[in-house]
Design a protein around this ligand. Sequence first.
Ligand code: ZN
Length: 439
Amino acid sequence: MSEAVDLLIRARWIVPVEPDGVVLEHHAIAVRAGRIAAVLPQAQADARFCAAATVDLPSHLLMPGMVNLHVHAAMSLMRGIADDLPLMRWLQEAIWPAEARHVDAAFVRDGTRLAAAEMLRGGITTCNDMYFHPDAAAEAFAEMGMRAMVGIVMLEFPTPFASDADDYLRKGLAARDRWQGHPLIDFSIAPHAPYTVSDASFGRALAIADELGLPIHIHVHETAQEISDALAAHGLRPLARLARLGMLGENLIGVHAVHVDDSDLELLVRHDCSVAHCPTSNMKLASGIAPVPRLLAAGIRVGLGTDGAASNNRLDLIQEMRHAALLAKVGSLDATALPAHTALRMATLDGARALGLGDRIGSIESGKFADLCAVDLGAPACQPCFDPVSHLVYVAGRENVSHVWVNGETRVDKGIPLLHINDSELLRLASVWQTRFGN
Ligand SMILES: [Zn+2]
């Protein structure tokens, strides 16, 4: 007697990511109640399951939905507003003044809608977000059907969103209370960076993270100037200061970690911290080359992030996989550094583990949520194909993403987004904000 399932997906290749390096050919995934019920050869699947719906992917790679480990989603509305500047000039002359004038809850809701649509269309099913008005961001992610870790952002200085560090925390925690129990929305504590948050505020952030069991999401060691400024102000490198404050732990996601010496590496290993590597943002802002092969060799979990659309300017994790692989090679002058399967693992399971979601998403295993992405490698530009993971990282682009599922629900079907807000409405929202920026 056949077992009933909601969905059966048959694919030319399935890359489960766990076990590492495995490529299954002519297999199928059965989905029931939003979760992966089984992964098995197609003939066995056909014999065992009676599916309400079936999707055939004869020239496709089926993989876990990607996890964008660092994004400022709402900054999609500032895409291209200021290019070709180093980090501090970019922040002080362009981004912070624009945010002070324009950012409110409506900006965050619309910008996050635009970003969620872009990410889902490109195979990203989960993101780790950090921005103002987390309540509006959560609303947009939930509406668009994207899994998100929404950051309770903290800064020392006032913005139209909050007056001081305590006010940021209070508002962020109130948002978390409102979204408790939502199937797609979780929250982290997100102190912006060591150079924008005081010791006292870090202490409060830590107490809350410990009490509520939240991840800590923070920019760290992004530029050489950040390190020299910290040595002048505190007599300590930023990671050493965070260690002294008790902030480092397995729940900490350090974003960038470009400038990492042996003492920093030792701290990251000792405290089992994760790193969000953002290769395109690091290249564009000329921050430097993160020593990712050294971090990986030391056993540190490294996921991939796009950073915001104002410093990238695409929310495209296939691009980040390619850039991570290429940058690791040129940075170490070692062509064997960061092979394609490692890049894919960083973009999926290692990002999920960094978020504390490794038991729920990030790989194709029975019992996990059916967050999935299919990439069509059937086009002439993707042929011949000897290794689909090599093609995913070195050949394909997000335009090759054909299907996306979150919790087993279809978000993209044969390249067509099936989202709560359609493309023409998204274009209208973007145009409204562009006009406001223009004025
Ligand atoms: Zn960032």
